[in-house]
Design a protein around this ligand. Structure first.
Ligand code: PEP
Length: 258
């Protein structure tokens, strides 16, 4: 869809050491520059671990890279006695553009529920960050054909109480849990089904909101599968885990139009 700039976001998860992070970003930038990548046509973001964000900032600023970056999680609190947490304001100060909210691994291993995801998205927006709200069903729900309803419930929960003007800015990522890190990719039609349903839900807020919000697909996306997924009318980008650690794969995904 021409109204929405596609976004390719690489979620590095809890991987790479400091030197590897710097190399990965530098090599990605060189590879995309070589191909004369037009970042206004396809936006490229990386989501490093917290501990590498400062180095990523230095590199992006120093080399005037057009790659943007963000974090994988954010606190629902502003400041104070929350040992181990990182606030939205801290991320803004580090030049972050994006932050994930409610990634399935946070929901699974840290018991994050929709109310918490909503609180995190709200704090992110207030600090000028763009939350990438993640939704998606597990295998049991998919087998019982409850995936659309499940994902719409998560969207409703994540967006509760947000002003339409704020909802317009966010990104939603549909990531079927059974397809994350498993090599199992949903078909382009599977991705489209849920992304279209999410778009339909946003229509209920307003057509302008539905038109502006980018909806990504995530789950074992590779260079070879990106084109088919991106051909779907309601898929506006990909959230990429494993493949984002391989420069050629991730650059290939960003270059799906080639
Ligand atoms: C993710 O973590 O958001 C993800 C989609 O991972 P992978 O691409 O490895 O399935």
């Amino acid at each position: 869809n021409a109204a929405r700039t596609p976004l390719m976001a690489g979620n590095w998860k809890m991987n790479v050491n400091h030197v590897e992070a710097v190399h990965l970003l530098q090599k990605l930038s060189w590879t995309l520059q070589d191909k004369k990548h037009d970042f206004e046509r396809v936006e490229v973001a990386v989501l490093p671990p917290f501990t590498d964000i400062r180095s990523v900032q230095t590199l992006v600023d120093g080399d005037r890279m057009k790659i943007v970056y963000g974090a994988q999680d954010v606190s629902e609190h502003d400041a104070g006695a929350y040992t181990g947490d990182i606030s939205a304001a801290m991320l803004t100060k580090l030049g972050c553009t994006y932050v994930l909210a409610g990634h399935s691994e946070r929901r699974q291993y840290h018991h994050e529920d929709d109310a918490l995801v909503n609180a995190k998205a709200t704090k992110a927006l207030a600090a000028g960050l763009v939350p990438i709200v993640c939704v998606g069903e597990g295998l049991e729900v998919r087998k019982a054909d409850g995936h659309v309803e499940h994902c719409l419930g998560q969207v409703d929960g994540a967006l509760a109480g947000l002003k339409p003007d704020d909802v317009r800015k966010i990104v939603i990522a549909y990531e079927p849990v059974w397809a994350i890190g498993t090599g199992e990719v949903a078909t382009p039609e599977d991705a489209q089904e849920v992304c279209a349903a999410i778009r339909g839900r946003l229509e209920e807020i307003s057509p302008a909101v539905a038109d502006s919000v980018r909806i990504l697909y995530g789950g074992s996306v590779k260079m070879s599968s990106a084109g088919g997924i991106m051909a779907q009318p309601d898929v506006d980008g990909c959230l990429v885990g494993g493949a984002s650690l391989q420069v050629d794969e991730f650059a290939g995904i960003c270059r799906y139009l080639d």
